[in-house]
Design a protein around this ligand. Structure first.
Ligand code: DMJ
Length: 673
C-alpha cells in the first residue's frame, strides 16, 4: 500500500536513465567516472563541434532510418503472424484420419472449416442458426446442472479394461479446456456448458421446476389439432382393449404382452403432457402410481426397457415435476443394473428384473452394438438426478471401451459385440440401419447432453460420419437421391432401412450445435430421400426397407421394394427428422411432407374402433393387410414428433435445453450450476 508519510521521509530515488539522455547531467554528473561515461562525454563534445547543417543532416538520416525500420518490421511481421496462425489451424484440425475422401465426391463437397462455410451460406451457419418463422416466446431460463464432476472423472479413469496413457489423459484435459476441433468442426466450448464444478451436490430437481420465466402459451394450430385427434383415437383403442398391457391389438380388440409393464402407457406419458391431454395423463398417472410394479419375474430387453420405460419415466418427471416418476425410474434403473455384470462389462441383452439376473440371448453370448451404446443418455441422467454414480459409471465404461476397439471401418462399427471378450464379432458388415443405428445417434447426443465437453464422443461421431460419406453414400437413378447403403465384406448394397431416416435429423442437430455446415447439406439431401421413400409408394407410406436403383431403367423409380420388406410398423424416423429440419430451417415444405404422411397413416392404418395398426403391404392401397398391432413408439414417438413438427413454438421442447433419447423422450441438457 502507498503511504504519503513514508514517501516524504525516504530520500528521493535517483533516476540514472536521464544521465544518458540529458547532456547537462552527463557533463556535470561528477563521481560517475568510468570509461563508458567518458566515451559518452567525448561523443557529446564531438556532436557539439559539428555545424548546425551537419547536425540537421545526421538527425534527418536517423529519422529516415527509424521510419524505414518501423515499416520493414511491420511488413516482416505479417508472414510470421500468419505462419503462427496457420500452425495453430493445423493443430486444430488434428487428429488427421487417413482416407477421408468421399466415396462419391460429386454428392457432397469435401469437409471444410465450419467458419469458412459460414461466410458462404449464412443460412447454414452452425453457430447462428437461421431464424425460423416461429412464434418465439422468448428464452426460458432453465438451469440444468451437470452431474457431479467426480462422477464423470472417476468413470473416465476407473475402468479396468481401458488403461489410459497419462499423456493421452493430459491431452484430453487440455482439449477440454480449449478449442474442440475435428476436421472442419471448430467449436469453442459453450460458456453455458462448461464442465460442472467438483462440488458434491444434492440430487437434481426436475427441469420443469427450475424453469423460470413462463411464457404465454402459443395456440394450437389445425394440424396440431389433427395430431391430438389421432392420439385420442389411438389412446381410445389402448384404453378400451389393452389398458395396462404392453401393446394394443386393435383388430382383435385385445393386447400383446412383451414385458408386462404397460409399455404403451409409459411410452405415451410425456406425449400426453406435451399435447396437453391432462385428463388422459392423470388417468395414466394413477395407473403408474397404483399398478406399475417392477418386482416381477420377467425377462426384459435392457435396451428396449431403458429407452422406453426408464427414458419415458425420466422425461415425464422432468416435464411434470412429479416425483412419482423419478421413484419409478430409480426402481427400474436399479433392477436393470445386473445386466452389466459380465466379464467384459458389455451388458447382456436381457435382465430378469424380479430375480436380479441377466443373460444373453439363448443362441449367442453377443449383444447388439446399437443396444449397448444407446442406453447412456438415460443412465447418465439417472445418476445426475439421484447423485448415485453407479449408473453413469456402468454406461460410460461401455462407451470408453467401444471407443478403443479395433474392427471399425473409418468410424463405422460392426453390429455385434461379445459380452465375454468385449470384442466386436461378425466383422465386415456396416450399416446405419438395424443393430447399429442409434450408436451413431447417441455419440452426438451424449456429447450434447454432457455440455459438449466429452471429446471422444465427438471424435467418434465425426469420424463415423466421414465413414458414412466414404463407404455408404450413393445416388440413385433417375432422381439422383442421396441414400445410405450398406457394406458387407467390401461389397456395397443399395439397401436402406427406414430406420436410417433418423440420420438427417441427427446431422441437422449436430450442425445446429456447431458442427460443420456440410452435415446440414447432407441432412437436406437425405431427408428428401426419406420423404421419397413415402412419396414413391402406392399408399404414400414407406416400407421397412427399400433398395435404390443405381442405374436408370425405363419405367423404374428410384425406390424398389422386395416382397418381404413391404410392411410399415408406424415408425417415427422420417417424421423425427422432418421435425429437426423444420426447427432448424423454418422451411414449411417439411411440415407439408409430415402432413401428407399423417394423412396416409389415417387413410391406411387407422382402425375405426380405436387404435392404429401396422400394415403388411404399403404397395396395395386397396388392401394394405393390417397386422393387428400398434407399436408403443407410435404414441411415444411418431405422434409426438408430428405434433412438434407442426408447432411454431420453438420453446415447446427447446432443442438448446433438451435432447431427445432414441425413443423421443426429452432429457435435459446439462449446464453448470
Ligand atoms: C424405437 O424403439 C426407437 O426409435 C429405436 O431407436 C428404433 N426403433 C424404434 C422405432 O422405430
Amino acid at each position: 500500500m502507498y503511504s504519503a508519510a513514508a514517501a516524504a521521509a525516504s530520500p528521493p530515488r535517483r533516476d540514472f536513465i536521464s544521465v544518458t539522455l540529458s547532456p547537462e547531467e552527463a557533463v556535470g554528473g561528477g563521481g560517475y567516472n568510468n570509461s563508458k561515461a567518458w566515451r559518452r562525454r567525448s561523443c557529446w563534445r564531438k556532436w557539439k563541434q559539428l555545424s548546425r547543417l551537419q547536425r540537421s543532416v545526421i538527425l534527418f538520416l536517423f529519422a529516415f532510418l527509424a521510419v524505414c525500420g518501423v515499416i520493414s518490421y511491420t511488413s516482416m511481421g505479417e508472414p510470421w503472424k500468419s505462419l503462427t496462425d496457420k500452425s495453430l489451424d493445423d493443430q486444430r484440425t488434428e487428429p488427421e484420419i487417413p482416407g477421408l475422401k468421399l466415396a462419391n465426391p460429386a454428392v457432397l463437397p469435401a469437409p471444410q472449416k465450419a467458419d469458412a462455410n459460414l461466410g458462404d451460406d449464412p443460412e447454414l451457419s452452425p453457430q447462428k442458426p437461421p431464424k425460423p418463422p416461429h412464434v418465439r416466446r422468448g428464452p426460458s431460463n432453465l438451469q440444468i446442472k451437470a452431474p457431479r464432476r467426480d462422477v464423470r472423472l472417476k468413470t473416465r479413469h476407473d475402468t479396468s479394461r481401458v488403461v489410459e496413457e497419462p499423456v493421452q489423459a493430459d491431452k484430453e484435459e487440455k482439449m477440454e479446456k480449449s478449442v474442440i476441433s475435428w476436421r472442419g468442426a471448430v467449436i469453442e466450448p459453450d460458456q453455458s456448458t462448461e464442465p460442472p464444478s467438483s462440488k458434491i451436490k444434492e440430487p437434481e430437481k426436475p427441469s420443469s421446476v427450475e424453469a423460470e420465466d413462463q411464457k404465454e402459451p402459443v395456440p394450437i394450430n389445425e394440424r396440431q389439432t389433427a395430431v391430438i385427434e389421432a392420439f385420442r383415437h389411438a389412446w381410445k383403442g389402448y384404453k378400451d382393449f389393452a389398458w395396462g398391457h404392453d401393446e394394443l391389438k386393435p383388430l382383435s380388440k385385445s393386447y400383446n404382452e412383451w414385458f408386462g409393464l404397460g409399455l404403451t402407457l409409459i411410452d405415451a406419458l410425456d406425449t400426453m403432457w406435451i399435447l396437453g391431454l391432462k385428463e388422459e395423463f392423470e388417468e395414466a398417472r394413477k395407473w403408474v402410481a397404483n399398478d406399475l410394479v417392477f418386482d416381477k419375474n420377467v425377462d426384459v430387453n435392457l435396451f428396449e426397457s431403458t429407452i422406453r420405460i426408464l427414458g419415458g419415466l425420466l422425461s415425464t418427471y422432468h416435464l411434470s415435476g412429479d416425483s412419482l416418476f423419478l421413484e419409478k425410474a430409480k426402481d427400474i434403473g436399479n433392477r436393470l443394473m445386473p445386466a452389466f455384470k459380465t466379464p467384459s462389462k458389455i451388458p447382456y441383452s436381457d435382465v430378469n428384473i424380479g430375480r436380479g439376473t441377466a443373460h444373453p440371448p439363448r443362441w449367442t453370448s453377443d449383444s447388439t452394438v446399437a443396444e449397448v451404446t444407446s442406453i447412456q443418455l438415460e443412465f447418465r441422467e439417472l445418476s445426475r438426478l439421484t447423485g448415485d454414480e453407479k449408473f453413469q459409471k456402468a454406461v460410460d465404461e461401455v462407451m470408453k471401451h467401444v471407443h478403443t476397439l479395433s474392427g471399425k471401418n473409418d468410424g463405422l462399427v460392426p453390429m455385434f459385440i461379445n459380452t465375454n471378450s468385449g470384442q466386436f464379432t461378425h466383422l465386415g458388415v456396416y450399416t446405419l440401419g438395424a443393430r447399429a443405428d442409434s450408436y451413431y445417434e447417441y455419440l452426438l447426443k451424449q456429447w450434447i447432453q454432457g455440455g459438449k465437453t466429452e471429446n471422444e464422443l465427438l471424435e467418434d461421431y465425426m469420424r463415423a460420419i466421414e465413414g458414412v460419406k466414404k463407404h455408404l453414400l450413393q445416388r440413385s437413378q433417375p432422381k439422383k437421391l442421396t441414400f445410405v447403403g450398406e457394406l458387407a465384406h467390401g461389397h456395397f448394397s443399395a439397401k436402406m432401412d427406414h430406420l436410417v431416416c433418423f440420420l438427417p435429423g441427427t446431422l441437422a442437430l449436430g450442425a445446429h450445435n456447431g458442427l460443420t455446415a456440410d452435415h446440414m447439406k447432407l441432412a437436406e439431401a437425405l431427408i428428401e430421400t426419406c420423404y421419397q421413400m413415402y412419396a414413391q409408394v402406392e399408399t404414400g407410406l414407406s416400407p421397412e426397407i427399400v433398395h435404390f436403383n443405381l442405374h436408370a431403367q425405363k419405367g423404374h423409380k428410384d425406390v424398389e421394394i422386395k416382397p418381404a420388406d413391404r410392411h410399415n410398423l408406424l415408425r417415427p424416423e422420417t417424421v423425427e427428422s422432418l421435425f429437426y429440419m423444420y426447427r432448424f430451417t423454418g422451411d414449411k415444405k417439411y411440415q407439408d411432407w409430415g402432413w401428407e404422411i399423417l394423412q396416409n397413416f389415417n387413410k391406411y392404418t387407422r382402425v375405426p374402433t380405436g387404435g392404429y395398426t401396422s400394415i403388411n403391404n404399403v404397395q396395395n392401397p386397396s388392401n394394405p393387410e393390417p397386422r393387428d398391432k400398434m407399436e408403443s413408439f407410435f404414441l411415444g414417438e411418431t405422434l409426438k414428433y408430428m405434433f412438434l413438427l407442426f408447432s411454431d413454438d420453438i420453446d415447446l421442447i427447446n432443442l438448446d435445453k433438451y435432447v431427445f433419447n432414441t425413443e423421443a423422450h426429452p432429457l435435459p441438457i446439462w449446464v453448470p450450476a
